[in-house]
Design a binder for this molecule. Sequence first.
Ligand code: 6V0
Length: 315
Amino acid sequence: MTALNERKVAVVGCGFVGSASAFALMESGLFSEMVLIDVNKEKAEGEALDISHGLPFAKPMQIYAGDYKDAGDAAVVVVTAGAGQKPGETRLDLVKKNVSIFKSIIPEIAKYNTEGILLIVANPVDILTYAAAKLSGFPENRVFGSGTVLDTARFKYLLGEHLSVDSRSVHAFIIGEHGDSEIAAWSSANVSGIPIHDFCEMRGHFEHEKAMKEIAENVKNSAYGIIEKKGATYYGIAMSVRRICEAIIRDEKSILPISSIQHGENGIDDVALSMPAIVGRKGVEGLVPIRLSDKEKEQLKASADTLKKVLDDAL
Ligand code: 6V0
């Protein structure tokens, strides 16, 4: 068993998402060592060099391309390897390809690293988080997915724009699948403690139903729109990866909607999906039971059922 280096991160998969995440992590100053791993070693080497050349403007660290052995002492292993969505494809369409890639990657990681945290980013992230937990044999608190952290950021951004207020003062979650069945948890949404509808009215917006529908649809379809225009999404997820790593490494116990295996909460069992959770150095330290309306609970259950069907077919 290799002792962990608390200041080391490994990024597996150096495509758009992996390289953007590596760049964001370099800038974060959270780590002093980062290994990049990709089946295409040259790509990993190229990214490591390119990102290293920014170091004189950031904080010193070692960045290099390596293999799974080099990830043995990483405190966090970020897994972005896998095919991305093509225009028109859903995240669930990626299941077969990416589960098969995970069957080769995860046991390799777990062979050398037994103590670190596995942060799953590749899609469909909920299915792959479940698969990674089973394939690694790690305790479940140490295997979780970026889940709806990105969708929640999109939600806050859009609400911030709609209400002309700093998106960081918006408290609202997207929960469930990171994908088409996700749910905007409106009933608990607020701006600095003021219920969302009250704040909307303060800002001169009174057509709540219409605005809620438009904003939730916009969040859900964001990735499709970006992929249509530029072929992939990566900056938003890179910042999400950075934020999650920050919560872990600094033991912040921040509440983030990561994807983890559920055990009976809201009547959902043995499937990974996103609910707000406390994230710290031990990984997932507990779920936060935010208030949900009966309709939101039903939608969450339906989201879990969708994922469960895919899981049953995929694993
Ligand atoms: P990409 O640019 O095709 O990069 C994928 C990388 O993985 C490539 O460099 C491949 O060489 C590498 N790879 C493939 N197989 C292996 C393997 N067996 N071992 C090691 N490396 C391998 O895709 P992109 O970076 O755009 O997307 C990566 C994944 O992230 C996809 O599944 C996306 O759908 C997913 N995203 C997840 C998001 C989230 O919110 N969770 C957001 C955006 C994309």
